[in-house]
Design a protein around this ligand. Structure first.
Ligand code: ADP
Length: 485
């Protein structure tokens, strides 16, 4: 039996309690995968008011204490509510003032104080519960203060013995705010506000930058992204800082939860299917999708899906540029997403001018996402940058061929189709250029319409790819062992 490791995950969102993107999926699936690899995992989350009542009512009170936080010596209530599920212990940090309103992320004016509070309260809770983990694994800027607190105010407390890992899920968000405000809310010693750690420029502090400095290991969610963020284009201003710390930087690609994303048992689908009957049953799902979304009912249409936050990160400018060329009489286009008004407006426009051919679902809808993954033939992910990306993995598992840009995790997970060897998982393009995206879409269509048996082979090949968390969890475990042998 391998050595047991205890890990505290500290993060700002976690499916099914609260999720706004890929981070929520990782916080759900990775702890569960680690429990199967001899790890003892506790997940610490804020108790947001927006967590549905069906979860709130299952939480059990574990204790409370008061904690000082800001420079004026005020103390704050910290409650701990616990819920245990499938071997993972979830501890929710309770405080009405900080978490009693709104969504997880509102605006930095409110978010900076609430995540200063959360990072410190999470460490104080570990001491209070007397549960001292080998590793504390933090995620993104919202919990980047954890390593900073740990090596300063908590250095001589029991939890100070833990090693810390900080995972970057998206470098674009860093938690940058003026130094006096951060000093006030954290009451951290002045020496952490130096230019190697928290200080960003003359006026601002950067929470993520400080966390990267104080943590023992940095990971990000794909090998390619780990390299990319050390360059000015992807580095979001921190490329030099990351190059300096590259000795402790690693990339591990995400997986998906294969129970949650299982086309054979998915009760949201019109016709659940597996690798054996995908070729017939996927047609059923396509028909049901066309019917539900008011698209022209036609088996022969090539249906392209796009499930995404509608922001410039996701390459939607390229999609907009080629929309008129995609719509060619043989193709239907289904969008699911919310975000920037200009993209929402553009997709609404294309639906209005192409009724029955384009369907823009400007909403967040889990069920509809499942039905699109199952009913579409291909899924578009032409991102400008993509730390890992989950939608291409889900698509593959559902036998839907990904069409992606070769960046970040997309490059690491989608092997480009090679017509000479008849091998590969999807269609890819490299430069951020709408002509190249159109070319990739057209290559996909050509194979679909002229060489269907090869297309079908790829559908089955993709469903067979191991996109589970098992591999990645094993690599995380390896890093935990490196940190604390
Ligand atoms: P990011 O974290 O950058 O948003 P990812 O590809 O890592 O992108 O994760 C996106 C996740 O959110 C996937 O599980 C995807 O299915 C889901 N998702 C995105 N938009 C929607 C939506 N409008 N409705 C339902 N699910 C969505």
């Amino acid at each position: 039996m391998s050595t047991r490791r205890s890990v505290a995950f500290i993060g700002s969102e976690c499916y099914p309690f609260v999720k706004t993107g890929g981070l929520g999926d990782v916080m759900y699936a990775l702890p569960r995968a680690l429990t199967k690899q001899n790890c003892d995992v506790k997940v610490i989350l804020p108790r947001y008011k927006s967590i549905p009542w069906k979860w709130q009512e299952k939480m059990v009170y574990r204790g409370e204490f008061r904690m000082d936080l800001c420079a004026d010596g005020r103390t704050f209530y910290v409650g701990i509510m616990e819920y245990v599920c499938d071997g993972v212990v979830y501890d929710f940090i309770d405080n009405e003032d900080f978490f009693g309103y709104g969504n997880p992320y509102t605006n930095l004016v409110d978010d900076i104080p609430r995540f200063c509070f959360f990072a410190k309260a999470a460490l104080a809770a570990l001491n209070y519960l007397d549960w001292i983990p080998d590793i504390i694994h933090c995620h993104d800027w919202q919990t980047a203060l954890v390593p900073v607190y740990l090596r300063t105010l908590f250095a001589h407390t029991p939890v100070g013995n833990a090693k810390t890992m900080l995972t970057i899920h998206n470098l674009r968000f860093q938690g940058i705010y003026n130094i006096p405000t951060i000093k006030y809310w954290t009451n951290l010693p002045d020496y952490v506000f130096n230019k190697d750690a928290l200080t960003q420029d003359w006026v601002n502090a950067n929470l993520l930058k400080g966390g990267l400095y104080y943590c023992d290991m940095i990971t990000t969610v794909s090998h390619t992204y780990a390299g990319e963020i050390q360059t000015p284009f992807f580095g979001e201003g921190l490329d030099a800082h990351l190059r300096y710390h590259s000795g402790k930087l690693r990339g591990i690609v995400n997986g998906i939860d294969c129970d949650l994303w299982n086309s054979a048992t998915d009760n949201k689908l019109a016709a659940p299917y597996d690798i054996g009957n995908v070729l017939t049953e996927k047609k059923e799902n396509k028909r049901a999708l066309q019917e539900q979304l008011g698209l022209v009912q036609d088996d022969h249409m090539f249906v392209i899906g796009l499930i995404s936050r509608l922001t410039d990160q996701k390459g939607l400018d390229l999609v907009n540029a080629i929309m008129p060329s995609i719509i060619d009489g043989n193709t239907q286009f289904v969008v699911l997403g919310t975000g920037d008004e200009r993209y929402e407006g553009a997709f609404r426009y294309y639906e209005d001018t192409n009724k029955g051919i384009v369907c823009s679902n400007i909403m967040y809808d889990e069920g509809r996402a499942h039905r699109i993954y199952a009913g579409a033939d291909a899924l578009l992910v032409p991102s400008l940058f993509e730390p890992c990306g989950l939608t291409q993995l889900i698509a593959m598992r559902y036998g839907t061929i990904p069409i992606v840009r070769e960046t970040g995790g997309l490059k690491d997970t989608v092997v480009p189709y090679n017509q000479y060897t008849n091998w590969g998982y999807g269609f890819t393009f490299d430069r951020y250029d709408s002509g190249l995206l159109l070319d990739a879409v057209n290559r996909a269509k050509t194979l679909y319409f002229t060489n269907r048996w090869r297309w079908d082979e790829m559908v089955q090949r993709d469903m067979d790819v191991d996109v589970s968390w098992e591999n990645s969890a094993e690599q995380y475990r390896g890093l935990y062992m490196e940190l604390k042998p």
